[in-house]
Design a protein around this ligand. Sequence first.
Ligand code: URA
Length: 248
Amino acid sequence: MSSNEFYETTQALENYLRFCKEIGIGELPAGLAAGGTEIADTEKNGTALSPDRRDSHGSSAIQTLSEIREELGDCTRCRLCETRKSIVFGEGNPKARLVFVGEGPGRDEDIQGRPFVGRAGQLLTKIIQAMKLERKDVYICNVVKCRPPKNRNPEPDEVASCEPFLMKQIESINPEIIVSLGSVATGLMLKLKNFKMGQLRGTFHQYGNSKLMITYHPAALLRNPSFKKPVWEDMKLVMKELGIPVNG
Ligand code: URA
């Protein structure tokens, strides 16, 4: 290994360890000790907060997020309305360059009416911070806006009832990148039924105007820390695409 390669490898390792520390997972995956290091990505100039490419929208058919929320109203389109406390519409920057799409609110989200505020949500917040962003820079929402009882997966008809609202949110924000968290969001975005997350992640897909990155759900990461390395790899690709320096 040349000294340059050695430097790049140690830099990549340092960044990865910093990410692990940021997201609060102390154990190293077994593969790392066996040489599972990454080569540092080239830095790019730019900022994730730069003004939008969205001024060009122009069309009156595209609703604002407030209009979409208003249209959703006190929704009774599916049975999830019977048990929910709150409709968890989504929150963040209406002109975000980056949107995270989760599955559906859990208990904490249902109580607070905000997406990703429970344990998995706190981990997502740390991931966002490790990407040198803040929650207010991005937009965070879910496939279904009401909590499925006992946190079960949403049923296909519940997903179908909510889908138009997610589509409108994405159309309104028109982000450069969407990150789909977990299999429910991924199945919907890519219209797939049987798939393996591991085969779809790690590369950009296309979703309308936006690039789509698929990655593991933070709740899965809490259960299985070995997912943290692929998630970090995916987030580095997102950072690179947004022009956020990955190193340093
Ligand atoms: N899990 C999700 O998918 N969404 C939330 O808002 C919280 C947990």
